[in-house]
Design a protein around this ligand. Structure first.
Ligand SMILES: [Fe+2]
Length: 469
């Protein structure tokens, strides 16, 4: 009996230990206890000062820039003249130079149901010097407007650079707070990576495209001075055959141009850029991505082109996250994850940024690629070659926050909080980058979550990441 009881007790201890360790594994990261005002956000009124039209008849408005080539020596300047075609020319000059140059662009207009756009100008400036401040001017006569930007340093492995991250911005008072916090963040983002869902014009009757115009005027104060790198979200689809608008992404593709040809893409929805020490791949959650599709074929080639000796940091942007533990949009990214996660692990992607879910979440370095239908290996496991997945869909649009979470917090989720905010990714050198998440209720310098990211190529055998908080 003694022996038997001893054995039973030993088995019991083992069982309790096992249950405890399973509980440890199942218990995920941290769900923030931050308490915030839960009001649904309202859009800023159409006559808000934030949307003001610049003075002067037909003055250029909605000025914004993005990268215009593959390496950062080019800039696409876009703007709209509301009533007349005006000039397609951009005048530009280096800060230290008297010599003025010009580049000629082209103009587009489109109709969407009962809306007719203004004259949408796009002009690509090429062969700029790296790491140089340029002034530029658009418009004619007494309505010219002047802005400036700084080109990035030459692409190289140890070039520090700071990216901002915003997603699902919209045009509410919260959107305005998010952009203000980004602008006043002392970390000073140099280029904004935008992970999709821009204006939310499609939430209005007949997708009222005047809300695309107000959004363009809202972001100008930042997007005219630093490049915004665009990702298409579901609110860019604008597919409405019920009133005759059956071409997906119509307003988005007229208004926001990207340098997709420079990365041998055939469409603006997926493309890549190099900037400083980063190689950034932009994917489309709402274009075909199954095997043999154009996006699949492009991405398959694209990963082989990344030279981590030149650009150590491999970053992927997409709208719909692969890993999400909120109830809303849960598993929407699953089909794309099944398609592409093995490549993300094989090519050691450092970090994947997504939006869509109106909240913030950061994952552990995990993968879920072993499953083959019959082997039951369908649980994410720790994987040092896997990216960190960050959901930053908390820009502040009129649909409000999502607060309902899957419980218990899954082991893949390191930190989650339903608050509006933005992210900052500071690349220090080829081995270290620092990511911080800033919620709108805090001071501009406060980080509500942060993590050191160790480069997957240059730190492949080290600890995947070390949480700073
Ligand atoms: Fe979305």
């Amino acid at each position: 009996m003694e022996v038997s009881w001893g054995c039973t007790r030993f088995v019991l201890v083992l069982a309790v230990g096992f249950i405890f360790s399973v509980a440890q594994v199942c218990n995920g990261g941290r769900t923030s206890s931050f308490v915030r005002n839960d009001d649904l956000s309202l859009d800023m009124p159409i006559d808000s000062d934030v949307f003001r039209v610049p003075p002067g008849y037909n003055a250029p408005q909605q000025v914004h820039i993005t990268q215009g080539d593959h390496v950062g020596k080019g800039v696409i300047v876009s703007w709209i003249t509301p009533d007349e075609r005006g000039s397609n020319t951009v005048l530009y000059w280096a800060e230290s130079s008297e010599l003025k140059n010009w580049a000629d662009g082209f103009v587009l207009t489109y109709k969407y149901f009962n809306y007719t756009s203004g004259y949408i100008h796009h002009c690509t400036i090429t062969d700029l010097e790296f790491d140089t401040k340029y002034y530029y001017e658009v418009g004619i006569g007494n309505t010219t407007r002047q802005f400036w930007f700084r080109t990035p340093p030459e692409v190289g492995p140890d070039v520090p650079y700071t990216f901002g991250l915003i997603g699902d911005l919209g045009q509410t008072h919260d959107s305005n707070r998010t952009l203000t916090h980004y602008e006043l963040n002392p970390a000073k983002g140099q280029t904004l990576l935008f992970v999709g869902d821009l204006s939310y014009a499609d939430d209005y009757p007949f997708h009222d495209n005047t809300r695309w115009d107000t959004w363009g005027r809202f972001i100008e104060r930042n997007a005219a001075y630093q490049p915004w790198i665009w990702t298409a979200g579901n609110h860019e689809i604008d597919f409405a055959p019920q009133f005759g608008e059956a071409i997906p992404f119509k307003p988005y593709t007229y208004r926001f141009h990207v340098p997709y040809k420079a990365s041998e893409s055939t469409t603006p929805f997926w493309y890549s850029i190099k900037r400083a020490s980063a190689y950034i791949i932009i994917m489309s959650s709402y274009s075909a991505y199954g095997k043999y599709t154009p996006q699949y074929k492009w991405l398959k080639d694209e990963f082989t082109k990344v030279n981590r000796t030149e650009t150590p940091w491999l970053i992927v942007l997409m709208h719909c996250p692969f890993y999400n533990s909120y109830a809303h949009h849960y598993m929407e990214g699953e089909t794309m994850r099944v398609m592409y996660e093995p490549w993300f692990v094989e090519y050691k992607v450092d970090v994947v940024f997504a939006g869509h879910v109106h909240a913030y979440e950061r994952s552990e370095r995990i993968s879920n690629i072993a499953y083959n239908i019959t082997n039951a290996l369908c649980t994410p496991i720790s994987n040092p070659s896997a990216p960190v997945y960050i959901t930053i869909g908390d820009g502040g649009n009129l649909e409000g926050l999502v607060t309902e979470m899957t419980e218990p917090q899954p082991s893949y989720s390191a930190f989650r909080e339903a608050s509006f905010g933005h992210g900052i990714l500071e690349i220090k050198n080829r081995t270290h980058a620092y990511f911080g998440w800033h919620r709108n209720q805090d001071g501009y310098a406060v980080e509500a979550d942060s993590v050191w990211l160790l480069n997957r190529y240059w730190n492949s055998l080290e600890e995947s990441s070390a949480a700073a908080l």
